[in-house]
Design a protein around this ligand. Sequence first.
Ligand SMILES: [Zn+2]
Length: 387
Amino acid sequence: MGIPSLKTLLIKRYLCLILVYAVIIFMAPFLHATDEPVDKLDIVVIDAGHGGHDPGAIGSRGKEKDIVLAVALKLGDYIEKNLPDIKVIYTRKTDVFVELHERANIANRNNADLFISIHSNWWTNPNTRGAETFTMGTSHDERNLQVAMKENSVITLEENYESNYEGFDPDLAESYIIFNLMQKTYTSQSIEFADLVQDQFRERAMRNDRGVKQERFLVLWRTTMPSVLIETGFITNASEQRYMMSKEGQEYLASAIYRAFKEYKRNIENNSAKGSLKLPEREERPVTYMTVATDPDLQEDSNIYYMVQVLTTTRGRTLDDFSFSDYGHVAEFKTNNLYKYAVGKSTSFEQVSRMVPEVQQSFPGAFVIAVQGGIIIPLSEARNQNK
Ligand SMILES: [Zn+2]
């Protein structure tokens, strides 16, 4: 046998990585099964949408951020008073801005068993009314996508949003293709809870029931537990706005969600006692996030590097396509069927940030990414580790 070529080594290396990830995916449930109880629902995260300088949808009299905070606090109150074993965690309890990825992080970090995001809806037609509950998924429905695009667009109010969301453009329909790479987890549990919420809205709060829907909401994509996003009603409909702004309306909405929660908890625990349906085990960061460098040296380097990502494409390029001699090495990354290219490797965030305006003259969409062990990691995570 001769000396293996560099290409063979690279292929072997890459196959190895794929194998490692495959093992992680399949082992995840078993890794957690031993150290966490799976038969109880005991932590819920309540997420009041928007806040601070992000008002959400604006009606003639009120703002979404105020309505949903009131409903969220009342919901938490009902749960804490009536189900004292449940730990309630809020993403916000006051009128403050919370970044979208941080909302999901709060739920993931606390190993929540359920994530409830509360919003109110907006539409051009003032006659459109009713409540609807979304779970993560794809609907192929233009209006649903527009609801998701509007809710997702709040990330543009965040600093560094291009980096924190890996270049995702919430206003560009084509961007939503990345969600096709996702793993669908907790779909049935999320829908089960969403169904119960809509039942309560219809039967007890007398809302127009617009049903349970699937759409690509960033905040639902990033959570690693059953998750729903509730649109309590249309702020653009005069009577629903009045209802949602009234103390009575807010109490009805919160108590409807509370009743759904209580029933969902009972179902989970009954099913678990019977040994049939278990509360799903939690998993680590969704595997679809892993974007891996094809360069083995970068994979073995545990330092955090910053680079400027210049391009994402479905087809690999030869590195000759790039004329970045000024920035030296061009790194290639691969995630499922996408390739990403980045330049200007440095451990200094500031140094790399300074390169961006110049690189943007050739690649207008260029932005800073963070890399560790050959994997693109969220910029916020890298910056935290560097603190
Ligand atoms: Zn909203």
